[in-house]
Ligand binder design. Structure first.
Ligand code: ATP
Length: 322
């Protein structure tokens, strides 16, 4: 789909996001289009994840409290992954639920979304704060090969960052391997976990924790931020989630087709890590250097202080200020 041709549709979305709702006659007047064209354009918006609710000739942005209805909107979306939403108001861990259903054979595209997660976790079992108002979900994927796992995290990070800009006009950047930052603070964390059975990749679960309309506890305020804080009011969470899933669907297609360079260039366009001085803590080792590139397998290429060039796959990367 040629996204550049969709400027008209996106203007309608932005108008509705500003006003909350509008009648078909109002949109017809404002955009100088006959009502039948407006209906077509609203349909297109739903296809690209920018969900709009239509009722009694009125169009409005779905309320953020309508997460339970997202399954209906997902059916209207047109992307590479066939998503199926499993919704919980509250749960102990969306990664664990997704894992359980994946073990029982759930297909790629099943997605566990919890409004509130009591015991959410990040990488290395670190605690993740996931109260009501945020976007917290775990997606089951069944890619053909384990070598894609780093790229899946990068592709999800790029999708989140682009979606935030499309829906809210807010710019964000990507910190290798798995964070989306705004003003150096974490807006979103991504956790990709793989299950391997008999040397074969069984499934990957991609967890996404995006601070949307949730509050953050005091102890996280120095390092984390929510979209609501930046936007100044509640953000339209359903279209944002829709847009993330739509964009990730097409990014994932690129991975499956081996169009790795395209994924990496989408990520690099928003990278906050390349060119930065970094400290990397990997198991017992601490090294310093300058991040110079992302390799085709998603690893971080670092020019170390000792002059060697090395690739890193995991570990903690800290951006240094000098
Ligand atoms: P970091 O990049 O901050 O070192 P990480 O990438 O190793 O973290 P993650 O799994 O992304 O690990 O996140 C876990 C960490 O994120 C926690 O230790 C906590 O400091 C912080 N955190 C917890 N909840 C949130 C949240 N809702 N938003 C942002 N940061 C959070």
């Amino acid at each position: 789909m040629n996204e550049k041709a969709l400027n008209y549709e996106v203007s309608i979305f932005k108008y509705l996001a500003e006003k909350g709702e509008a009648s078909i006659d109002e949109l017809s007047d404002v955009f100088s289009l006959p009502p039948s064209n407006i209906i077509e354009k609203i349909k297109k918006l739903n296809e690209i994840g920018l969900f709009i609710n239509s009722e009694d000739n009125k169009f409005k942005i779905p309320s953020s409290s309508d997460f339970s209805l997202i399954a209906l909107y997902l059916k209207r979306m047109n992307t590479f992954i066939n998503y199926n939403m499993i919704f919980y108001e509250e749960c102990d861990g969306s990664q664990e639920i997704a894992e359980e259903i994946a073990k029982n054979g759930a297909e790629e595209g099943n997605l566990v979304l919890c409004e509130e997660i009591k015991n959410a976790r990040g990488r290395f079992g670190r605690k993740w704060h996931a109260p009501k108002g945020g976007i917290w979900f775990s997606l089951i994927l069944r890619p053909p090969s384990l070598e894609w796992i780093n790229l899946i995290s990068l592709a999800m990070g790029a999708s989140v960052s682009i979606a935030i800009e499309d829906v809210l006009n807010i710019k964000s950047g990507l910190k290798w391997p798995n964070d989306v930052l705004i003003n150096e603070k974490k807006i979103c964390g991504i956790l990709s976990e793989a299950k391997i059975t008999d040397d074969r990749l069984d499934y990957v679960i991609v967890g996404v924790g995006l601070n949307a309309n949730n509050e953050l506890p005091n102890e996280l305020k120095a390092q984390a931020i929510s979209l609501k804080q930046i936007y100044g009011r509640n953000i339209p969470a359903l279209p944002l989630l829709g847009r993330i899933l739509y964009l990730f669907g097409w990014e994932y297609k690129k991975i499956i087709e081996g169009r790795v360079e395209a994924i990496i260039s989408d990520w690099k366009l928003r990278s906050l890590t390349i060119g930065r001085k970094v400290r990397i803590e990997n198991r017992d080792e601490i090294v310093y250097g300058t991040a110079v590139d992302i390799d085709t397998d998603g690893s971080l290429v670092v020019n170390l202080e000792n002059g060697k060039i090395e690739k890193f796959y995991a570990g903690d990367v800290f951006h240094l200020r000098f």
